[in-house]
Design a protein around this ligand. Sequence first.
Ligand code: TXA
Ligand code: MG
Length: 328
Amino acid sequence: MDTLLGTDLDHAAALLRAGELVAIPTETVYGLAGHGLREDSLRRIFAVKGRPLSNPLILHVASAAHLSGYVRPDAVPAAAHALLAAFSPGPLTLLLPREPAVVPDTVTAGLPDVAVRIPAHPLVRELLTRLDFPLAAPSANPFGYISPTLPGHVLRQLGGRIPYILDGGPCQAGIESTVVGFGPAGEPVVYRPGAISLEQLRAVVPAARLRTAAEKTQRSASPGLLPYHYSPHTPLQLFGPGLAALPAFDPATTGALTLHMPLPGLPLARQVVLSPGRGDLAEAAHALYAALHRLDALGLQLLLAERLPNTGLGLALNERLEKAAARG
Ligand code: TXA
Ligand code: MG
């Protein structure tokens, strides 16, 4: 199949109504979208990504008002309303009790909660208002590989397998949404660190927290989460912070990804500095996946990546880097 790239919302909507898949821009990463309530479209998403059915999907809707058909309104904790008021539309995904008669098992991998998100990118917001169903959309990369933040990343990875890529330019945030569930006392619990930091969540709901080690090992708490993910094909090794724990490397076959300064002793053509001079984590998040795509395309033996400070967005960025390194 030919994959077209464009900004034709009518075409994208028609394909989605017919059960076809369309890559969509969001403020985090590009998504591989399909009809969120149609079994054939949902199965197609898993098939194109090569993703196991045990890893549930996020439903994307146009506004908080559209959530009511898919989640049980009586079972939404007060903290969820507070987070929605503060961060939607935006890079926030909430795990809420699903309406079982409406949301297919295939979306949630049989779990009682459904992941829902209200994306902020203007093109996808406009697309959602034209549809009378939610869009199921994982990141538009083959399972386990680097997430796409440019239409060209999607074309390279999924070209020939989907009919259309809606071109919304570069993704602004550059890393995935923060996935938030709710604990026994209704407190927000971060399941996946992402574009909204724990500090930002706590400014709205002070009880917001990360998962405990015990919570992480329950199956329902980490569906389909693997130790590796977001991975380049080239082996990746972490060092730092700063130059700490920098391994010996062959400058002829090594590339590097750093926060604010290039590595000494390595040609600049094989390095990406995420936020030159500033070390700004939001700028680093915006640039991270494109940098990994670019370095991976060089066909090197080894990529060295600097660990970032573990505060703010650094938590989410380090999680991505650790998973990228775990494949080895
Ligand atoms: O920013 C994003 O969230 C992007 C854009 C396209 O919206 N989407 C995305 O989807 O990252 P995906 O499928 O690559 O990641 C969804 C994450 C997975 O870690 C999945 O396990 C988790 O959300 N998840 C989905 N439904 C869940 C559920 N019912 N319970 C627990 N975790 C869930
Ligand atoms: Mg993903």
